[in-house]
Design a protein around this ligand. Structure first.
Ligand code: PNS
Length: 172
């Protein structure tokens, strides 16, 4: 059984993440989406909400694959999460060359920390190459519509959280 960990902040999961996850399931039998608990960052969605939205987003967007996807929070090093979960590989997406430098550094560092674990990159589909979680958060917080950027249930959750934060209501 080939197991991989797909780590990230996922605040929120986007359709770009979903695309990378879908393609990783062609290569791995099981993929654990590992949601970073970072006490230094104040996320828009707390960790429980991020786990919930990933589970519901994957069920909606990848119904034929969701049995092979686990979603869990983790704190600490990604390579330690991989070891605990029995994963041989880390999955990361590359949208553009601007992602490359930081990803290369992380991949080398992770390999130094855990030589038995390797990183596999998937090129995010062109149609999602412009998407980022931070842009989605900004759009929603200014009353914009995130439809087509995140799975529908995630969009609804984000709009509700933004409204609770006092964001202007969506323009129609
Ligand atoms: O979605 P992100 O924010 O780009 O994900 C970054 C993430 C979670 C993959 C990275 O920050 C990470 O692995 N953090 C866990 C701590 C760790 O292992 N740091 C060393 C990385 S070389």
């Amino acid at each position: 059984m080939r197991v991989a960990v797909y780590p990230g902040s996922f605040d929120p999961i986007t359709l770009g993440h979903v695309d990378v996850l879908r393609r990783s399931l062609d290569v791995f039998d099981r993929v654990v989406v590992a949601v970073l608990v970072n006490p230094k960052k104040a996320p828009m969605l707390d960790v429980a909400a991020r786990v919930d939205t990933i589970v519901s987003g994957v069920a909606e967007a990848l119904p034929d694959f969701s049995e092979r996807v686990d979603v869990r929070p983790f704190a600490g090093l990604t390579v330690e999460a991989c070891r605990e979960l029995g994963a041989s590989h880390i999955i990361r997406g590359l949208r553009a060359v601007s992602d490359f430098e930081a990803e290369l550094q992380m991949a080398h560092m992770n390999h130094r920390l855990a030589p038995e674990i390797d990183t596999v990159f998937f090129m995010t589909a062109l149609e999602f190459g412009y998407l980022s979680s931070s842009l989605v958060r900004e759009i929603v917080r200014f009353g914009g519509d995130p439809a087509g950027m995140v799975p529908p249930s995630v969009a609804a959750r984000l709009v509700a959280v933004a409204a609770a934060e006092g964001a202007p209501s969506r323009m129609r």
